[in-house]
Design a protein around this ligand. Sequence first.
Ligand code: NAD
Length: 496
Amino acid sequence: MIPPFSAKSNAFTEYVPARNLIAGEWCDPKTSKETQEVLNPRWGKAMSKVPMSGKDDVEAAVQGAKKVMKEWAAWPVRERAQVLYRVRELMVQNLDELSWLVSHENGKTFAESKAEVEKGIECLEYGCSLPNLASGNQLEVSRGVACEVVYEPLGIVAGVVPFNFPNMVPLWMLPQALVGGNCFILKPSERVPLSAMRLAELFHEAGLPKGVLSLVQGGKDVVEGLCDHPDIKALGFVGSTKVAKAVYGRASMNGKRALCLGGAKNHLIVVPDADPALTAENVVASFAGCAGQRCMAASVMLAVGDVDPIIEQIRARAAKLVAGQELGPVTTAAAQKRIVGYIDDAEKRGAKVLVDGRKAQGDAGGFWVGPTILDNVTLDMPASKEEIFGPVLSIVRVPNLEKAIEIENNNPYGNASSVYTTSGDIAQRVMREVEAGMCGVNVGVPVPREPFGFGGWNDSCFGAGNITGWDGYRFWTRQRKITSKWAVQKDATWMS
Ligand code: NAD
């Protein structure tokens, strides 16, 4: 049993060591003795440690799943969904505890952590609704002959997730995959292995049979083991583009179904007719929320023409955010160094630092970067084109909308793009022309809420379709097509 996390404030709190969950039992890796510290980024101190498992642990998880997969697949879809209803209730009952755990291992503020857990609950609710959606189709295609489609499990499937949403991203995958009748092996991020453990505990408390959900903690070795294992039929991945691309290639080469979501560089286009207050509020929330560690965070603002009064409101709002209160730390000391490096570099190349977060200081020892706004960023600066993954907004000045759309479309990513305007014409044009899978009109973080599917384009997504919504169900299931005839036909056709 994993005990509930006891913290009720930001005060540093230790938790149990992370472990694997194999065949429904908590255990340590079979052979690997390597461990890593799980740091609380607010304090820069280890609150736990995580084992770096090996391929033999992937094998053990597969063997554990094999024992139960047939029985689980035989549960009617409605009964499988009942487990999700109960997980939802448990998550609601334990909302504060789950949120404090996210806040401590990831660093987000409590409010941001709670919002993440609530979004995870929304994903579960979509899974609960699947028995009403996944009814398949049947048609009498010729006299006495019926064709039918039914959704079948793939068998054993796996998911690999990043550090920035320890509850929500696993819950992008688990509801559809489990209601679809699969056994699931989850590889949490080695930086936030603890929330996944509490989540798995709640799934068991809700009645999920042992072995249906396994956790294998670790890093690259585990991921490669999942990509290579012949009995794992599909792999969902969310993380940086470099790894997403490599994992997609490896899993696909091994004959697996793969959907790998990568990194992002999201652009906001702000035109002079935009509502200043709405735009400022939204842009700041987008680039600084979760300390900029969201794949949907805006990181480049394309300022079309004279939007200086709006920029001034953005500056004033961002300057008021206090690190440690409205803004959490970034994930590691290395991330802090990388982000500050981008700011230093842009300044050296001539960008103007309107708000400077380099000296921000929250609680002692933590990895702090405050909100930062760089103005007059040019396209040759790394800050304009690389994913910084911190609370930094780069403002690029452009003369007109054509140029803004051209810059947006020249960036290789395609996760999100937004426009701020009060003109329907401009909004429609941007929505038609930008190369991004998730677009916003006056919305800085245009995450499609359930039942709409989440997924980007171009270098932000390798594989077909979205990871959530109906696409998710289709990804984790296969369609059986059944053609039936029960009587000899009198009017014979080629089907007879
Ligand atoms: P990451 O790519 O470093 O790690 C993601 C997962 O891959 C982790 O579980 C990690 O253990 C594993 N991994 C790391 N290196 C590996 C390697 N060489 N081979 C195999 N597996 C490896 O990403 P992160 O730092 O945890 O998360 C931040 C990134 O995730 C950002 O780029 C962000 O944009 C992206 N992200 C994307 C989405 C999306 O929906 N597109 C959502 C959340 C985060």
